[in-house]
Design a protein around this ligand. Structure first.
Ligand code: NAD
Length: 411
């Protein structure tokens, strides 16, 4: 199923509950702007490489549009479109004054040198610098991009528009970034997992957790839940995974990964496990924190987790979501579960605009407060309306965007 079809299914379910008119549905589903640009760069070997970059600006009823920039070979317009809409609902669920956007370039960053990645990034900014900016659309890191890439974006944007640190978030702390942005998404996934387990009256200490993906989101989620006395029994990345029933030594695994180019295969503190095996482990919580669409109708029946927390964007296909509902597996949806990153991006943007610096304690405190409030609102909507947490989160997000649209008017 195409990404945009999957996200429309979730949208429609919530729109039915909200009794939205067809006109409002069309307005909320249609992106404001979709851009596709050619990026021609010279490789380190003097050849010409031509890449395609995308930016979809979905909705700005609640504020400037906000969303990550992804570097991955699977990036295409349909995926970016679906992810941009997710950002609109996500910023509304956590009630921060933004709309939604997303961008990406179809490339495999592991096949490019740092200099080539920098050239690609700067040429992309050359192509779209008039279309984004602090009051319009603010990119951030996503799969395959990093704080370093954000620094290049700020620097290149500044060549056209002058000093504008608020044009992009997720920058290095030493270059107008904010402490705590790097850990923010994983911290949010971890803290919301604990809230959910507590609400479900399940024990947090010794809870068994499997995490797919050990990049930014997966590694910080594992670290946070390890610190909270949970047992991280398995983690994986694109190259394989490791499993230990009594719990992996996460600080040791983090050290190993940083010494092995971010990879975890070959770690001796556990047994090798494939991604498919990890997804079907009997655990309290499964956290898919890598790619979208990893749980579909082909493997939903083999999932053995009590709870799934969507660290990644759109890891569950609608057919699998239906299977999980039928089997009583509770799903905490992406638009709430991984909203920690965009929330701290908002703090960074505020800090940049005020030329002020927040410390890590303030960042964590405000993040925990905002996510905690959003969780309670989604939980109560879910129980009072007898809908899944996903439908409740969509209802909250879509309802807020719809109200802002009506209040602003369309004249
Ligand atoms: P990342 O590039 O830092 O890490 C991705 C991880 O996934 C790596 O460990 C990689 O090896 C692994 N991976 C890639 N392909 C895989 C495969 N086929 N099987 C198993 N593992 C695979 O990316 P990230 O920033 O951690 O993003 C992960 C997900 O979280 C994405 O869906 C992204 O959209 C979402 N997300 C990220 C943020 C953020 O702040 N970074 C915020 C919200 C949502």
């Amino acid at each position: 199923m195409r990404s945009s079809e999957a996200s429309k299914i979730y949208f429609d379910r919530a729109a039915d509950e909200l009794d939205l008119s067809d006109n409002m549905r069309l307005l909320l589903l249609t992106a404001k702007r979709e851009v596709q640009v050619q990026i021609a760069v010279e490789t380190d070997h003097g050849e010409i490489a031509t890449l395609i970059g995308y930016r979809v600006q979905h909705n700005n009823a609640r504020g400037p549009m906000k969303g990550g920039l992804r570097y991955h070979p699977h990036v295409d317009l349909d995926e970016v479109r679906a992810l941009a809409a997710l950002m609109t609902w996500k910023t509304a669920v956590v009630n921060i004054p933004y709309g939604g956007a997303k961008g990406g370039i179809s490339l495999d960053p592991s096949k490019l040198s740092t200099r080539e990645l920098e050239r690609v990034t700067r040429r992309f900014v050359d192509a779209i610098h008039d279309l984004f900016g602090p009051d319009v659309d603010i990119p951030a890191p996503d799969m395959g991009t990093s704080a370093e890439v954000m620094a290049w974006i700020m620097n290149q944007y500044g060549k056209y528009h002058g000093f504008s640190p608020a044009c992009v978030t997720g920058k290095p702390v030493e270059y107008h970034g904010i402490p705590g942005r790097n850990e923010a998404t994983g911290r949010g996934v971890g803290s919301l997992t604990i809230k959910l387990l507590t609400r479900l009256e399940r024990s947090v200490p010794r809870a068994t957790i499997a995490v797919q993906g050990f990049g930014n989101v997966g590694s910080h989620t594992a670290q946070f839940l390890h610190d909270a006395q949970c047992r991280i029994v398995a983690v994986s990345d694109a190259f394989g995974g490791v499993h230990k029933e009594t719990g992996l030594d996460i600080p040791e695994l983090l050290r190993y990964s940083s010494e092995h180019g971010g990879r975890i295969d070959g770690f001796s503190g556990g047994d090798p496990i494939t991604n498919a095996e990890l997804l079907s482990l009997k655990v309290d919580v499964l956290v898919p924190a890598a790619l979208g669409g990893v749980l579909g109708k082909g493997n939903a029946a083999s999932v053995n987790a009590a709870v799934i927390v969507e660290g990644a964007n759109a890891p569950i296909e609608p057919e699998a979501d239906a299977v999980f509902l039928e089997r009583g597996i509770i799903v905490l949806p992406d638009i709430l579960a991984n909203a920690g990153g965009v929330t701290v991006s908002w703090f960074e943007w505020v800090q940049n605009r005020q030329h002020y610096q927040w410390d890590i304690h303030r960042v964590r405190e405000e993040l925990d407060r905002i996510l905690g409030e959003a969780f309670e609102q989604v939980w109560h909507l879910s129980t009072s309306r007898k809908v899944t947490l996903r439908t409740a989160a969509y209802m909250l997000g879509i309802g807020r965007v719809g109200r802002a649209t009506v209040l602003g008017g369309i004249e």
